[in-house]
Each structure stands twice: as structure tokens, then as C-alpha cells.
Write a protein that binds this ligand. Sequence first.
Ligand code: FE2
Ligand code: FE2
Length: 162
Amino acid sequence: MDSTPSTEHALMDGEHRAVLHWAEEAARRLLRARPFEDCAYAIDVLTHLARSHFAHEETEMHTMGYPGVSAHILDHRKLLDELARLRACLAAACGSVSGRGPRRALVERLSAWMLPHIEGHDGGYALWLRRRAPGASRTADTSAAIRGSPGERPGPPKGRQG
Ligand SMILES: [Fe+2]
Ligand SMILES: [Fe+2]
């Protein structure tokens, strides 16, 4: 089941699915106590895909003149820093028992790693884009969309696939 939140921005949503797939795959390998190298590979693929995806978003935001681009880039950097920290903890996690402790903590962080960013920052950008599209209402407060505040998110995730 695809549980990727929809931003209604097709290109972003497609890349999010790929990134989240590898976050889930890394978590799955840890849960199944796969060897360190297998888990490290999944986190390295995840890091590569995330870097590529963030670069695509940042290029588009600059091109579109998105005023929230600086805060968005900062959050991308935080996500990559967190991935690097998780990767650094991998050896200890792989050597621990699977029920609790470092392995479980790493699985939980990987599972939740990017969802708040997609629902907040990315959703806010996609909403800003839609509001400036030809024919869109200009009366909406786009500054809230730029901040990605919970009260102004683009609504519940849509487009989930079973
Ligand atoms: Fe994104
Ligand atoms: Fe983003």
C-alpha cells in the first residue's frame, strides 16, 4: 500500500514515493536483522535519492521565484544531516537486539524521517504554486502556505493508492 502523502504536484509526489520506498526498505532490513552492509546500502541509496530530489525541488523553487525557498532549503539540510547521523549509528544498531534499543530507535526515525517535511514544507510550496496558477483565486493568504503552517496546509493527503 502506498502511504505517501500527496502534495498534488505530480513530479514531487513521484520522487517522494521513491525516497520513502528506500526509507521503508532501510527500516525493513534493520527489522529483519539483515547484515550491516545490506542496511548501509539501503541508507546510502536513500541519501542519494534524497539529495537528488532536494536539488530538483530547490531548482524549481528558484525558477518559480518561491519566497519560502531559504527556509525550505534549510529544512532539506536538516534532513540530510539527520540521515548522516542515522548512518553513523548503523553499526551499533545492527549489533543490537531487534526488540528495543538502538535498532528500534533507528527504525522509528527512518519511518518518520521525511513525512513532516512533505506534509508541511512541500505541501506549502505546492499550495503556493496552485494559488498563483492562472485562474486561481488571489484572495487566499499565500504567506501561510509559504510557512507551511498546519492550519493552512492543502488539506488531508489525497491520491493514496491501495
Ligand atoms: Fe520533497
Ligand atoms: Fe522539500
